[in-house]
Design a protein around this ligand. Structure first.
Ligand code: BGC
Ligand code: NOJ
Length: 813
C-alpha cells in the first residue's frame, strides 16, 4: 500500500478529530444539536440547519451535489485591503497561512489565519436551545493595527426543503424579511399558515447588512466572490421575494495582540397563533429577544459550551473501557458512542449522502439505532419505541418510515417489508434489559396512530411475531414481502420500467413463493428473546406458544435453508434458491449467515461453524466482508434492485458494514474470538484511518454504510458515511459480545469473546443505579468465564446480580 497523504488525526484527550487540510477527499462533517434544533457542518463550515425535520422545517439552504462540492453554509468573509478570506478556506478559497478544523462532541471549531490575523469560530447548538451559536474570535497577531471588514452570510431555505429546490414559480415571490438592529428575521410564509420564523443576530452594532442574495452576491458571481465583499461595501438590501439571505457587515479595528469575540446566533422561534404579530405585518419578536439575551456575551456562550461538554462527559462516562489499545479505546469510548447518538437522532434522514428530503425515520432503522443509544438516555429510547410502535398496523405489519415532525406513517413508501415487525422486539428488549423498566410493556399504544385503537405495547410485540407466523411460504419460511433488511432484494417487484421505484413497486405478489432466510434467523433470535421475556413476566403459555413457532422455524431452516456449506439466502417468486452453490452468481449472501449463526441454528450439526468458515472463504476481503459473492454482473428481473448496482457497490457485493457485525456476533457466539476480532478490526474506523485516508474518502472517525467490495472498480472506497445502522451494530458487538458486558433483566452478564492476544482490561459501566468497575483477565482464552468475584465474593454463573451502588468485579477467563 503506497504511503497516503494525511488530512487529519485523532486528539483523544479532547475527544476531537483534527483536520489539517481543508481539501479533504470528501467533506468531512459533524453534527450539532441534540434534540430539536440540528445542524450539519462540514470542515469548511458548509451545511445547513433545521428544526426537528430536515424536510419540512429546513432553516438554511444547501445545494447538493454541486460544483464546487459543498456549497452553502455559515460563511464569514474577512476583508483586509484587497484580500478577502474565510476561516474555513471556503467559500473564498484564498490560501490560508494556517487552517484547522476540530470536530468534537456536538461542536466544531474552525480556525484560519491569514496575514497574521486569526479567525477562530466555535459552532455549537447549546443544550435545550433552538439556535446555533457561532462564536467568532478575531485576533491580531501582527505588530501593526489591523482594519478589517467582516461579512457574515447565511442563506434562508423557504422552509420546505423539497419545494424550495423545485417550485420556483411560487418561491421567487414569497420571501420576506425584517431587520431590527443587528438582527435579520426570516419570515417567509409567516403571514399565512406558519407560526415560526428564524433569525440571524450578532451581539454588536453593525455598519450595514444585506438580506437579498442577488444584491449581495451579484447574479453571475459565486459565494467565493460576492459583489459586496469584493467592493467592501454592503448594499443594505431588503429582500422581497427571490432568495432572502442574512449578512451582517461589521468594521473592526484591532490593535496589536488584540482579540475580539463576536457572537452570531442563528435562531428559530415558534409563536402561539394569537401572539403571532406585535403590530400589523410585524412579527412578535419577544421570544427571539429572550433567546438572544441568553447568548449575548462571551461569558454566557462559554458557560453554555461548558454545559455541553459536561453533558458529553456524563454520557461517555456510562461505559468506559481501558484496554491499552488506543485505537480500540477511542472508538468504544468516544466515536462509536457519538455516532450512535447521531443515528438515533437522525435515522437515515440528513447527511451529505441523504438529502434530508427523501426519508423520514425508518421502522427497522430506528429500532436498531436505539440499541446503540439506550444506555445513554434510556428515557428517549423509551419514547422512541412508543412512537415507532404507534405506526404499526393491527396485523403486525408496519409503515416502513414515519416523519419525525408529525410522527405519522409515511404513505409514500407504505409497508410490506416483512422483517420490520421483528425489530420492535429487538429494540424493546434492549430497553428493558438496560433499565429494568417492565412498565413500558403496559403502555397503551395505538395502531397507525388511530385514537381508540390502543393496545398494550406487549400486544404490539405479540402481533409483530404473529405477522411472521401468519405469513409463511411453501417451505414454512417467512415470506419476504416487498423486501427484508436488504431493501434491494425485491423478489416481487419484476420491473422493466425505469420510472418505477424498486422500493415501492410490487408488480406481482399474488401466489408468491418468495421466502427469506434472513427473516427466518431474525425471527428465531427475536422469538427466543420474546420467550425469555414472557417467562420473565410469567406469561408462560404465551412463551410456550412462541417457543413452538421458534422450534418450527429452526426445523424449517435446517430442512430447507441449508445449502451444504452455508445457509441459503432466499427463495424467489417461483420457489427457486437464491444464495446457493447452484446459482450462477450470488452463490452466498452474508445476511442469512449472520442471522442464522446468531440464532445458532444447526450448531450441533456443524452448520454454524461451516457457515462462518464460508464467510471467511467467500465473503471476506482486505476491507471487510462483502454482502454477496460473486457479484451480479447483469440485471436479474426477478431479483430487482440488488442486481441494478455495478459489481462491488452497495447491495451488490459491497461491504455493507451494517451486516459485518452480524457475522462477528455469530463468531462470538461460537467462541471464535480470533476470527471475530479480525473481522471487527477491518471495519473499525480507527484502523481504516491509518491506512486509507485518501482511498476511503469519507470521514475516518465514523463508520460508513458501504465500502466498495472486492469486485468493485476501487475496492476500499467508502460511501454513505454517518447515517447507518453500522453504528449501533458496531457498538452492540464490541460492548456486549467482544468486551462481553451484556445488560440483562437481572443484572449484567459477563461473557467476552476475545482474540487470544488480548491482555487484561477494565470496563467501568454505569447500569441503572449501580456502577461496576470490572476487570477482566482473559489469560489467553478466547471465550469462557471461569470465575467472577463481586466485591470480594465469588458469584455463581455469569450474571452479576443487579444491586444499586458501587461495585468491583474481577473476572477470570
Ligand atoms: C439503497 C438501500 C436503501 C434503499 C431505501 C436503495 O437504493 O440501495 O440501501 O435502503 O434505497 O432508501
Ligand atoms: C439502508 C436502509 O436504511 C436499511 O433499512 C436497509 O436495511 C439497508 N439499506 C440495506 O438495504
Amino acid at each position: 500500500m503506497e504511503q497516503q497523504k494525511r488530512y487529519g488525526h485523532f486528539d483523544d484527550a479532547h475527544r476531537e478529530y483534527v483536520i489539517t487540510d481543508p481539501k479533504t477527499p470528501w467533506p468531512w462533517i459533524n453534527y450539532l444539536g441534540n434534540e430539536d434544533f440540528f445542524s450539519l457542518i462540514s470542515n469548511t463550515a458548509g451545511g445547513y440547519s433545521f428544526y426537528k425535520d430536515a424536510k419540512f422545517r429546513r432553516i438554511t439552504r444547501y445545494r447538493y451535489n454541486n460544483v464546487p462540492m459543498d456549497n452553502g453554509g455559515r460563511y464569514f468573509y474577512i476583508k483586509e485591503g484587497d484580500t478577502a478570506w474565510s476561516p474555513g478556506w471556503k467559500p473564498c478559497k484564498t490560501p490560508l497561512d494556517f487552517y484547522e478544523c476540530r470536530h468534537g462532541m456536538g461542536y466544531t471549531r474552525i480556525t484560519g489565519r491569514k496575514n497574521q490575523v486569526e479567525a477562530s469560530v466555535l459552532f455549537f447548538v447549546p443544550l435545550k436551545t433552538w439556535a446555533e451559536v457561532q462564536k467568532l474570535t478575531l485576533t491580531n497577531q501582527s505588530q501593526e493595527v489591523k482594519t478589517l471588514k467582516l461579512f457574515s452570510f447565511e442563506e434562508w431555505c423557504l422552509w420546505n426543503a423539497a419545494t424550495d429546490m423545485e417550485n420556483f414559480q411560487r418561491n421567487f415571490s414569497t420571501g420576506e424579511v425584517e431587520i431590527e438592529g443587528s438582527t435579520i428575521y426570516h419570515k417567509t410564509e409567516y403571514r399565512e399558515r406558519r407560526n415560526h420564523y428564524a433569525f440571524y443576530h450578532v451581539n454588536t452594532e453593525i455598519q450595514g447588512f444585506d438580506t437579498d442574495r442577488e444584491s449581495f452576491v451579484g447574479l453571475y458571481n459565486e459565494f467565493s466572490n460576492p459583489d459586496a465583499v469584493v467592493e467592501g461595501l454592503p448594499r443594505n438590501s431588503h429582500a422581497h421575494g427571490w432568495s432572502p439571505i442574512a449578512s451582517h457587515y461589521i468594521e473592526v479595528t484591532l490593535q496589536t495582540g488584540e482579540s475580539r469575540d463576536f457572537v452570531f446566533l442563528l435562531g428559530y422561534v415558534e409563536n402561539e397563533q394569537d401572539k403571532k404579530f406585535s403590530a400589523p405585518k410585524v412579527i412578535n419578536k419577544e421570544k427571539a429577544h429572550a433567546l438572544i439575551a441568553r447568548f449575548d456575551t462571551t461569558e454566557k456562550v462559554d458557560k453554555a459550551f461548558a454545559e455541553l461538554n459536561a453533558y458529553w462527559d456524563a454520557l461517555l462516562n456510562i461505559y468506559k473501557v481501558k484496554t491499552g489499545n488506543p485505537k480500540l479505546d477511542r472508538m468504544v469510548n468516544i466515536w462509536n458512542q457519538y455516532q450512535c447518538m447521531v443515528t438515533f437522532n437522525f435515522s437515515r434522514s440528513a447527511s451529505f449522502f441523504e438529502s434530508g428530503i427523501g426519508r423520514g425515520m425508518g421502522f427497522r432503522d430506528s429500532n436498531q439505532d436505539l440499541v446503540g443509544f439506550v444506555h445513554q438516555i434510556p428515557s428517549r429510547a423509551r419514547q422512541r419505541i412508543i412512537d415507532i410502535a404507534s405506526t404499526q398496523f393491527p396485523d403486525g405489519g408496519c409503515y416502513h418510515q414515519y416523519q419525525p415532525l408529525t410522527k405519522r406513517g409515511n404513505n409514500d413508501i407504505g409497508g410490506g417489508f416483512n422483517d420490520d415487525p421483528c425489530w420492535l422486539i429487538f429494540g424493546t428488549v434492549a430497553y428493558i434489559k438496560e433499565t429494568g423498566d417492565f412498565t413500558i410493556l403496559d403502555e397503551m399504544v395505538p395502531f397507525d396512530n388511530q385514537p381508540g385503537s390502543e393496545v398494550t405495547l406487549f400486544e404490539h410485540l405479540k402481533v409483530s411475531l404473529d405477522h411472521v407466523i401468519n405469513n409463511l411460504g411453501p417451505h414454512l419460511l417467512p415470506l419476504i414481502g416487498r423486501a427484508d433488511w436488504n431493501d434491494c432484494l425485491n423478489l416481487n417487484c419484476f420491473s422493466w420500467d425505469p420510472n418505477e421505484s424498486f422500493q415501492t413497486t410490487e408488480n406481482v405478489s399474488e401466489g408468491t413463493k418468495a421466502e427469506s432466510l434472513m427473516i427466518a434467523g431474525l425471527f428465531v433470535v427475536t422469538g427466543k428473546e420474546y420467550v425469555a421475556l414472557c417467562n420473565k413476566i410469567a406469561k408462560h403459555e404465551e412463551g410456550q406458544r412462541m417457543q413452538r413457532a421458534v422450534d418450527a422455524m429452526i426445523e424449517a431452516v435446517k430442512k430447507h435453508g441449508w445449502d451444504g456449506e452455508w445457509y441459503l439466502r432466499a427463495y424467489d417468486f417461483y420457489g427457486r434458491k437464491i444464495g446457493s452453490n447452484e446459482c450462477e452468481e450470488g452463490k452466498i449472501f452474508i445476511e442469512s449467515q449472520g442471522w442464522c449463526t446468531m440464532a445458532e441454528i444447526g450448531a450441533d450439526e456443524g452448520m454454524v461453524a461451516k457457515s462462518l468458515d464460508s464467510c471467511k472463504k467467500y465473503l471476506e476481503c482486505e476491507h471487510g466482508m462483502v454482502l454477496n459473492n460473486p457479484a451480479f454482473t447483469k440485471y436479474i428481473y426477478e431479483y430487482g434492485e440488488i442486481s441494478s448496482y455495478p459489481e462491488g457497490y452497495k447491495e451488490n457485493a459491497g461491504i455493507f458494514c451494517h451486516n459485518n457485525p452480524w457475522v462477528i456476533i455469530g463468531e462470538c457466539m461460537a467462541g471464535r474470538g480470533n476470527d471475530a476480532w479480525s473481522h471487527y478490526a477491518k471495519i473499525l474506523p480507527s484502523y481504516v484511518e491509518e491506512k486509507y485516508q485518501t482511498l476511503h474518502k469519507v470521514e475516518p472517525y465514523v463508520n460508513c454504510q458501504m465500502v466498495a467490495g472486492k469486485d468493485a472498480f476501487r475496492p476500499g472506497e467508502g460511501k454513505n458515511s454517518w447515517l447507518t445502522g453500522t453504528a449501533a451494530w458496531m457498538w452492540y458487538t464490541v460492548s456486549e459480545f467482544i468486551l462481553g458486558i451484556k445488560p440483562d433483566y437481572d443484572g449484567i452478564r459477563i461473557d467476552p469473546c476475545l482474540p487470544e492476544t488480548a491482555g487484561d482490561y477494565t470496563v467501568s459501566r454505569k447500569f441503572r443505579d449501580a456502577e461496576y468497575d470490572i476487570t477482566i483477565r482473559p489469560n489467553g482464552s478466547q471465550k469462557g468465564v471461569k470465575q467472577i468475584v463481586l466485591d470480594g465474593s465469588p458469584v455463581e454463573g455469569d450474571v452479576i446480580p443487579y444491586a444499586a451502588g458501587k461495585h468491583t468485579v474481577e473476572v477470570t477467563m
